[in-house]
Write a protein that binds this ligand. Sequence first.
Ligand code: ADP
Ligand code: MG
Length: 243
Amino acid sequence: MTKTKMKIENVHKSFDQSSVLRGITTSISEKEATVIIGPSGSGKSTLLRCLNRLESINEGTIYLDDQSFMDIPIQKLRTRVGMVFQSFNLFPHLSVMKNLLLAPTKLQTSKSKDELMELGYSLLDKVGMKEKAESYPEELSGGQQQRVAIARALMMEPEVMLFDEVTSALDPERVNDVLETMKDLAKSGMTMVIVTHEMGFAREVGDKIIFMDQGVIVEEGTPEEVFGNSKEDRTKAFLRNVL
Ligand code: ADP
Ligand code: MG
């Protein structure tokens, strides 16, 4: 039995009068890749942002391990749950290594500068970017920048990593490098929640697939259950359009 890392109970979220998440209940298992799919506007990004409190929720509860989010200081929560976005947001005036060192030197920690540098090099190595430690973001391709952004998020040694359409802004020939990096991370046992339009990747890497539409989870299960044998008409219609 895998351990539950995050529990999401009856989460509701509205912006003004518009209800974007309408009672989301699910769980994220430790060391698994949970992949969220669904049409544009269905609330995927909003849900992901709720999972590290970039958005507050109107109703419901989210737990990390057995602790309610309300009992975890927000800065602490954000070091425990890391996030990577579609736009890489690297600091343009800082080298790759300095991008990696910025947050951990500001926020923490028990680690010395040397230890952080060592961690930085090992993470850059992990994403295939070690030789670019002294380069600046503008000297890198989009795919390379995104891999640096992943390494930067890993610097905080998060327990859970959230990925919101991290390949959507890349040139098609750069997409694979980033997907491979995420695959390696999944294999290494990282707990991941991934929003993606890459259905082949979702099917291959996902331990669990969640299909969302209009602020609710329509269906969830193994890749085989959701892709191979979907039960709901809305899921079937979505997959017909994207596959
Ligand atoms: P997805 O990621 O599945 O495309 P989002 O979570 O981005 O969906 O958006 C779901 C709905 O919430 C959309 O209708 C979007 O316009 C709305 N929404 C998202 N963020 C905000 C916000 N900050 N203010 C107002 N409406 C928002
Ligand atoms: Mg989105």
